[in-house]
Design a protein around this ligand. Sequence first.
Ligand code: 6MZ
Length: 379
Amino acid sequence: METEADIFFRKLPKVELHAHLNGSVSFETMEKLIARKPHLNIEHSMTAIRSGQRRTLDECFQVFKVIHQLIDSEEDILMVAKDVIHEFAADGVKYLELRSTPRNEPKTGLSKRIYIETVIEAIRQCKHEGADIDVRFLVAIDRRNGPEVAMETTKLAEDFMLSSDGVVVGLDLSGDPTVGNGKDLLLALQRARNCGLKLALHMSEIPSQKEESELLLDLPPDRIGHGTFLHPEVGGSDSLVDKVCKQNIPLELCLTSNVKGLTVPSYDEHHFQYWYKRRHPCVLCTDDKGVFCTDLSQEYQLAASTFGLSQEDVWALSQQAIQCSFAPEPVKQQLNQRWAKLRPEVLSLFPSCTVNQDFSRLHPKLPDSAPVQIGAISE
Ligand code: 6MZ
């Protein structure tokens, strides 16, 4: 049953800035994909990490490989992107930056260019259908694929930035952090920056990336994904923190993803606390709402319950995200006006509702033991 807090967090207008398309596929959409490709023998339990389960980051990347098998045609991408956008809208997200890695799939005739065009088409169709959400797109570089593919992806993103009517606004750097080196991708990232693409870069998602993070911070990026191991308390350094703070680079923080992916030991040890205390711009995001079985309302609720945020704090957090987005200034102004209009209505919904005290239901007990193997993913 929905509690007052559930309703409050859903009604809270929200901005989602870190959502990987293929990681955001819901149970319902996954069912449709599985039915389309029964010969793959993929079960839903292989594409999602349920409540109470955890996986190593490496195992999470195996989950994406399974999902990519299910989503390999223009038709799949159109359906998935439209469903994901409508789901974010239903969750109260008013502005969304989706990111995705364009793929060639020779079997179905999918090319990287068609991939991007299809995502843009999905965004256009959702708008036409009246979805109450402004959606932009970040083209993603998978670090695994090396400098040449990174440069090719940058050039594609550049083309679409100029021809997509403002839909393509930037570039994401993501992928398995244990593979490849950011140093090799600097040229592509610099080129992207120089041509006006905004940069949202995954950084220090694992402990061994100090040197790479120093280099990437000198670009500098416009936002940082995760930044889990930047600060000295977890083996980062003062120099990294100084660079982030001096340049006021916002962090995209994904609580459930980090806890389920085992890069953060528990919700209350999440680095949200470190940056939030310093009043550094932090944006709560879902990362992969399908894989990690969450939504943005739940992420706000988890942050409030874990770190004792009031309704006012939560409101400020969601509004601050507008400023961190890659939307053009007039769009940011419109969003701010929207927030101002909605504020009395949302904050007076349940004035006495404590939004920060629902621990037990939101913190399902996670096993301390080693995670189960991916081949044996179970309930
Ligand atoms: C790094 C991640 C990620 O691009 O096919 N991705 N990269 N860290 C993470 N933390 C868990 N979660 C997702 O969406 C899936 C791809 O997004 C990146 C990976 O490259 C993954 O293959 P798209 O839409």
